[in-house]
Ligand binder design. Structure first.
Ligand code: BV8
Length: 255
């Protein structure tokens, strides 16, 4: 299916939707220059797989290495901006009665694109918390020690993200699952659909009777279950889909 000619069933479903949920993964930020999890790691990190670094065990084994991996990713975030895919989702939120983004991403780009209803299922890399207390830390004194230490208890600080084998924020996931079961249109955008429980959300949407649409240059384990598979980059397909549903959409949406 060439992305720019969408079926009328899909276009009408978006235009007439009352409750839309979007699950996003690293792929929606790829065109902003943020490497996806499945992209090969480069430089110092090329010998590590993300799954080997994004765990509490990795942090306990080598807190400095894991802290510095996140510090590098945070620094890279300061160079990137939301892309047309993020902006298109923010535009859909302005045009449908209820819209929710459940994102696996930790980059904060949806909020920077203007989306307001965003659930961060895996946390946010720009926030920091105490590893021992598991509570947020906004400021700390830089002593040159890496990782820095909690000003309250002296334990190591860590990024406020959900690592593998850590549980997701309960309230956020429960809200995302309920919204998925109740929605009439579910968009799965830029995710390999491999990481649970986030990957269960499109299945919950399907069980609730929603139309499930997947946007990805590659097929995934979800593709066979999706009602529509739009093969291609979300930075191109999402704005095109929004313009197909609402032809008058302001030119602010990059082509
Ligand atoms: C949990 C934050 C309960 C940190 C992340 C066996 C079976 C099933 C499940 C498990 C299992 N063994 C273990 C588990 C549980 C595990 C899991 O699912 N493992 C998988 C790998 C099998 N899940 C967990 O551990 C979760 N917690 O289950 O708690 C529990 C508690 C205690 C003990 C046991 C269980 C926690 C998961 C959260 C982990 N944290 N991130 C950080 O960012 O550093 S996950 C991390 O990887 C990302 O957040 C993201 O969610 C995930 C990668 O997924 P994607 O976002 O999809 O990115 P990916 O690179 O994979 O794919 C990108 C896609 O984009 C590709 O498809 C590509 O084609 C596409 N793309 C590329 N360019 C574009 C594009 N698409 C559109 N446009 C483009 N231009």
């Amino acid at each position: 299916m060439n992305g720019e000619q969408f079926s009328s069933e899909l276009v009408n479903a978006l235009r007439g939707a009352t409750r839309v949920v979007a699950l996003t993964g690293a792929g929606i930020s790829a065109e902003s220059g943020v490497p996806t999890f499945r992209d090969a790691q480069t430089g110092l990190w090329s010998k590590f797989r993300p799954e080997e670094l994004a765990t509490p065990e990795a942090f306990q084994r080598n807190p400095k290495l894991v802290w510095e991996w996140y510090a590098m990713r945070r620094a890279r975030l300061r160079e990137v901006v939301p892309n047309a895919g993020h902006l298109a989702l923010a535009e859909i939120e302005r045009r449908v009665p209820t819209f929710l983004i459940a994102t696996q991403n930790v980059d904060g780009l949806h909020q920077r694109a203007g989306s307001r209803q965003v659930l961060e299922l895996h946390g946010n890399i720009t926030r920091t918390k105490c590893f021992s207390e598991d509570s947020p830390v906004a400021e700390w004194s830089e002593t040159g020690e890496v990782p820095p230490r909690c000003p309250r208890c002296g334990g190591f600080l860590r990024p406020d993200v959900v690592w593998f084998n850590e549980t997701l924020p309960e309230e956020a996931f429960a809200q995302a699952d309920a919204a998925s079961r109740a929605c009439d249109l579910f968009l799965s955008v830029g995710t390999s659909a491999l990481v649970y429980p986030a990957a269960s959300l499109p299945l919950s949407a399907k069980a609730g009777g929603a139309m499930v649409v997947e946007i990805n240059p590659e097929s995934t384990p979800l593709t066979a279950r999706a009602d529509h598979f739009l093969r291609g980059p979300s930075g191109r397909l999402l704005p095109a889909l929004v313009r197909a549903a609402w032809p008058g959409v302001s030119e602010q949406l990059p082509r």
